[in-house]
Design a protein around this ligand. Sequence first.
Ligand SMILES: [Fe+2]
Ligand SMILES: [Fe+2]
Length: 261
Amino acid sequence: MQKRGRNFCHAGLQIDQRGPICLYEGQAHRIYWLGADNASAFRFNVYLILDHDEGIIIDPGSRDFFQEIFQKVSQVCDPSQIKALSLCHQDPDVAGSIKDWLAFNPEIAIITSERTNVLLPHYGVGNYRFYNIVDKPVWRFESGRKLRFIEAPFLHFSGAYATYDETSGFLFSGDIWAALDTDRMLVVEDFDYHITLMDLFHIDYMACNRAAVGFAKRLDDYEIEAILPQHGSIIPSPFVSRAVDYLMDLQCGLDLVYPDL
Ligand SMILES: [Fe+2]
Ligand SMILES: [Fe+2]
């Protein structure tokens, strides 16, 4: 896996809940961490990609935090510029605010997998524009820049996927590489310690080693500058190959429940 230096402005970034934190700034292409001010270890990350005037929110988060996230979006763009929400799966910490976003603008597209899409009506949403990542694994911004969707079956949901931003090299990984921590940094500094935090999530939630290895192998052709999970700290370039190795070696879920089968 090759890596090249890009504009990941992560040096010394601390968590700051007062507003969005810019993680990447290139030519009319910006990426923000929007956080969510939740004290639990399961607190979640929300990310905003802004390409020219076209905004996409990655995993917009739970209903309880809609106002906070909407407020943070408003600090960097007009929320009417949000064209789509990407939902890596249907869990409430990922997708609960879908109803509020669609109430704000029914034209917002919902990017997700078919398996997630069939469950979203249970959030009380009516018709919406469904963008199926299985049929259309590339999102083209109006500028021509691309997001690529990489299916990640059974990590942890059958229809889970990750989103790769070609411009920044950022991989938005959803629950993959999630870590549980009540005192996290925005960016990982000690990867050995971080492994213990990822174990707290992966051992119980991820299906099995085969699922992890299968997904890791799908990343061979991608130059990954940083991994941006839905829980826990961002994994910067120096630790990306170790993070992929972590998936290759992971013993989790059914590996542990049925060790003798
Ligand atoms: Fe989840
Ligand atoms: Fe999650």
